[in-house]
Design a binder for this molecule. Structure first.
Ligand SMILES: *Cc1c(COP(=O)(O)O)cnc(C)c1O
Length: 378
């Protein structure tokens, strides 16, 4: 039986044609019509200007720099996330401090964020920015988070790397904060094999990021530099993939949601195996199908499920390891942390590709059910 992966690329019909156009026209580098069209289509979807970059991590880095994050600053960020939400804070010489999850959503707890901000306001040392992560295809509860940040005049960066296509109260993820970052890594809901997008409230911010992304070369033919830049621009070849992928995004969202709800229905009779919360305030893309194991009620542990799937060549993963438990960030401040640690201990991500076939999904379901029976001595 072929291996089943967690989340694989899923091309539509026009990606190869846009890539072929790039070859035919010899626009093979960091300028060209695919880049323009990809940014334009993305901007229209988000309702904000956008710049295409080499990765989501690069978008985080430039986004934080746009917010003025620098040496010695503090940045508050979700505890439960992928490390790329946090590393760019350190790239800029700033220190992250983590905010635990809300059990009702798995996202940053608005109450703990408000507490952390009050605490810092009392000490007269507010953070430079707040990074709120939208996990696994669902938005954090943005209204109370944005309220708390507005009260203290602290800007928000949305890490929407996992949430392209999600909405909050009818508006797209990534259209709320001062800046936001998206990823087109190979495992995300759409991919350019590797890539990212930075979206900002204002055109001048996006122009500045685009300038930084191409080595910040001053106008003119001389190689003159006043500001420090990076080599972060997406290529016109890969932007061709992105153009095609964006056309099938809504279909991919439907397919990912169908996968998640099929698992949920198939496990409905198993007590103690629950799909991650689907918050009522928006559309959850269910980029990954995540479940929480209650080992008492299920009679099996999360690790027993992981082992049973691995033994049959099915790729499943624990939920993200919280940042406060990472050797890299162990010394950093953390508001709470127990909820994220518990989700990490009991959460499992099942194969979630939009191209997952029904027979493949049946195989995963069957393996999970068998592992549960086996753990219960049946
Ligand atoms: C994937 C991801 C990133 C980084 O995106 P890359 O394109 O892989 O650099 C950042 N934050 C989160 C939450 C992610 O899942």
């Amino acid at each position: 039986m072929p291996r089943i992966y967690l989340s694989v690329p899923h091309m539509g019909e026009s990606e190869a044609r846009y890539v072929a156009d790039a070859f035919a026209s010899n626009w093979l580098s960091t300028v060209g019509p695919n880049l323009d069209a990809f940014e334009r289509a993305f901007s229209e979807r988000l309702g904000r200007p956008a710049v295409a970059l080499g990765s989501g991590t690069a978008a985080m880095h430039l986004g934080l720099r746009l917010l003025g994050v620098g040496l010695g600053d503090e940045v508050l960020v979700s505890d439960l996330t992928f490390v790329a939400s946090v590393n760019p804070i350190r790239y800029l010489g700033a220190e992250p401090a983590f905010i635990d999850s809300d059990r009702a959503t798995w996202m940053m707890s608005p109450a703990l964020l408000a507490e952390a901000l009050e605490d810092r306001a009392r000490r007269g040392r507010l953070p430079r920015a707040v990074v709120v992560v939208h996990l696994y295809g669902q938005c954090a509860d943005l209204d109370p988070i944005l309220d708390a940040c507005r009260r203290h005049d602290v800007p928000v960066l949305e890490d929407a790397a996992e949430a392209l296509g999600a909405t909050y109260k009818g508006r797209p993820a990534g259209s709320f904060g001062a800046v936001s970052a998206f990823s087109f890594n190979g495992n995300k809901i759409i991919t350019t094999t590797g890539g990212g997008m930075l979206v900002a409230e204002r055109q001048d911010q996006v122009d500045r990021a685009r300038f930084w992304s191409t080595q910040a070369r001053d106008p003119g033919v001389a190689y003159s530099h006043t500001d420090m830049g990076y080599n972060y621009r997406l290529s016109n070849v890969l932007a061709g993939i992105g153009r095609g992928q964006l056309q099938v995004l809504d279909e991919r969202v439907r397919q990912r949601r169908a996968v998640a709800f099929r698992y949920r229905d198939a496990f409905a009779d198993l007590p103690g195996l629950e799909l991650m919360p689907q918050a009522p305030y928006g559309l959850h893309t269910n980029w990954l199908s995540c479940f929480l194991v209650d080992e008492e009620r299920l009679g099996a542990t999360r690790d027993q499920l992981l082992a049973a799937l691995a033994a049959e060549d099915v790729e499943a993963r624990p939920v993200w390891k919280p940042m406060h438990l990472q050797p890299l960030y162990r010394e950093c401040a953390c508001q709470g942390g127990e909820v994220a640690a518990d989700l990490y201990r009991r959460g499992i991500c099942l194969p979630s590709s939009s191209s997952l076939s029904s027979p493949e999904q049946d195989r995963v379901i069957d393996l999970v059910r068998r592992a549960v029976r086996h753990a219960n001595g049946q």
